[in-house]
Design a protein around this ligand. Structure first.
Ligand code: XBP
Ligand code: MG
Length: 263
């Protein structure tokens, strides 16, 4: 019997391609709303994603700009106002564009629930953003699917710090991080999970497809397919390869000692 008791889900990039299709657009609309000429193109945003958290990202970008406010107090006030607007724009955008879940995500969440696995959200994004995305796809009762949701506001230090995972494990009452598996897409997320000693499966996303991601127990192109993963998944009798299953997660989880150094 598998030791795996819980799945800890990252949100942005893992559940949905929200960075590409939502957050960047919302930041730019917030700049526009405040009459700022700043715009983050896709390439620059890719660089900025190395900084986790929207406020932190705004602050880091301002530090590089000659036309940003001069004093720290003024910058803080502008970050607050931009982020407030960005959150409102993003949550509206999630509903208006109906940002889809990545293929294979819903199947795995449903199968995990049927299999009695516990599920949690472990993200650095704001709670309002999680509420918008999961409310859209799982309805007002989305919390019935995810026992615990640790979001950006709940931690003192965002990923790559392990705090978000430590809080989730504690809230779930899991004494060993090895009882869980994290599903992540970014170097910061993988580093955070590893620092918390939680085994991590990486589903490559639009922004981090080329990133160096070390120490995952498995890396692959997305949960929609059993093909293209390292370590490879054993073929099933089904004709089509199909999405990644709970049994696949359990198999990687059981083998983790031997593949923990996979890059
Ligand atoms: C990704 C993030 C988030 C979003 C922006 O988090 O870094 O900060 O880019 O959200 P994860 P906020 O992949 O862990 O879900 O503006 O609300 O911070
Ligand atoms: Mg992510």
């Amino acid at each position: 019997m598998s030791r795996l008791k819980a799945i800890l889900w990252d949100v942005d990039g893992t559940l949905a391609e929200t960075e590409r299709d939502g957050h960047r657009i919302a930041f730019n609309q917030a700049f526009e709303a405040l009459g700022l000429a700043w715009r983050w193109d896709a390439a620059h945003y890719g660089q900025l994603l190395n900084i986790t958290g929207g406020r932190e990202r705004l602050r880091a970008d301002m530090a590089q700009r000659s036309d940003a406010p001069a004093t720290a107090d003024e910058r803080d006030a502008l970050v607050d106002e931009l982020h407030r607007r960005k959150t409102a724009i993003y949550t509206a955008l999630v509903h208006s564009t109906g940002i889809p879940l990545r293929p294979g995500v819903r199947e795995l969440i449903e199968q995990a629930r049927d299999a009695g696995l516990r599920q949690a959200i472990t993200t650095t994004t704001s709670r309002a953003n999680v509420q918008a995305l999961l409310g859209l796809h799982f309805g007002a009762g989305w919390r019935e699917w995810f026992e615990v949701a640790v979001c950006g506001e709940d931690v003192a230090r965002k990923k790559p710090d392990p705090e978000v995972f430590q809080r989730a494990l504690q809230a779930l009452g899991l004494h060993s991080p090895l009882d869980a598996v994290a599903i992540e897409d970014s170097p910061g997320g993988v580093a955070a999970a590893r620092a918390a000693a939680v085994p991590v499966v990486v589903t490559l996303s639009a922004y981090f497809a080329q990133a160096t991601l070390e120490g995952a127990i498995a890396i692959g192109p997305g949960l929609h397919t059993r093909q293209g993963w390292r370590p490879a998944l054993a073929p099933t009798e089904a004709a089509a390869p199909g999405p990644v299953t709970v049994q696949d997660l359990q198999a990687w989880h059981e083998a983790m000692d031997s593949v923990s150094q996979i890059a």
